[in-house]
Design a protein around this ligand. Structure first.
Ligand SMILES: C[S@@+](CC[C@H](N)C(=O)[O-])C[C@H]1O[C@@H](n2cnc3c(N)ncnc32)[C@H](O)[C@@H]1O
Length: 247
């Protein structure tokens, strides 16, 4: 997650932004949540034995695909950043492809399940852009059984847009659940909201700032309350769409 405020949010929709970012930060990072937090929802709705293949959209350097592979899912990954794909291909044994997820070159229904975590939100940072709509409609076109989208957006802001994008590709059952952010994401949110404009590295290297952030996360862990000045988000939303078939 971003640890510098030197860019404006619309850059999240740009390939150069992501290439620069992955050149700078090479360690694995999962936006919002990881397999531990998503596991139950995925296994309950799309058990591995019912899913022949999965397309991970905007994979970044998340560990989600590897975790799913360990749980018997066959995962292919796409991203718009050639930099992260080269890094991931060196680190893992998974399949990677350089592709704009809003214009996939896969045939209709060629993957049972499509998963996006964070790409919709990245594209939605570009005000007035059609890209978020195109992303979800492409997911609907390529998915034969279902879709998972993980976003910070509440149902009031997201559900209508998702359904509108999907309706041209069939009928879907919608399920959504709130999901608590991972510890790592919570910590980064605390740093960002407590010390806006300062880099994560700078905050972590300053003992009194680090202590303040650790105190806040400990308090949150104990009583689930967000304290003081920090107006941070503590949860994301997982949206699941299951294709309704006539037989
Ligand atoms: C917020 S990050 C999420 C990364 C990862 N899914 C995760 O959960 O940690 C967004 C990712 O989407 C990728 N991306 C942005 N626009 C894209 C597009 N049009 N097609 C495919 N990937 C895109 C970026 O390169 C980046 O890896």
């Amino acid at each position: 997650m971003e640890d510098s405020q030197t860019f404006s949010r619309h850059e999240y929709a740009q390939r150069d932004f992501w290439n620069n970012r992955f050149n700078e930060y090479k360690s694995a990072f999962d936006w919002y949540v990881g397999w531990a937090e998503m596991r139950n929802m995925i296994l309950r709705n799309f058990p591995a034995e019912s899913i022949a293949n999965v397309l991970m959209v905007g994979c970044g350097n998340s560990k989600l695909s590897e975790a799913m592979a360990k749980n018997q899912y066959l995962v292919t990954n796409i991203d718009i950043s050639n930099v992260v794909l080269e890094q991931m291909a060196e680190k893992t044994k998974q399949e990677y492809g350089l592709m704009d997820a809003t214009r996939c070159c896969f045939r209709d229904g060629s993957f049972d399940l499509l998963v996006d975590k964070g790409t919709y939100d990245a594209l939605a940072c570009e005000t007035g852009s059609e890209m978020p709509f195109k992303l979800v409609s492409e997911m609907g076109r390529v998915a034969s059984k279902g879709i998972v989208i993980v976003t910070h957006g509440k149902p009031g802001n997201r559900s209508g847009a998702f359904k509108e994008a999907l309706e041209q590709y069939g009928e879907w059952e919608e399920i959504f659940e709130q999901c608590e952010l991972s510890f790592q994401s919570q910590f980064i949110n605390i740093v960002r909201s407590s010390f806006p404009g300062e880099s994560l590295a700078a905050v972590v290297k300053t003992p009194e700032k680090l202590a303040q952030c650790l105190k806040e996360i400990a308090a949150y862990k104990d009583n689930k309350e967000v304290s003081g000045k920090s107006l941070r988000q503590t949860h994301c939303w997982v949206y699941i769409y299951k294709r309704i078939t006539s037989n």
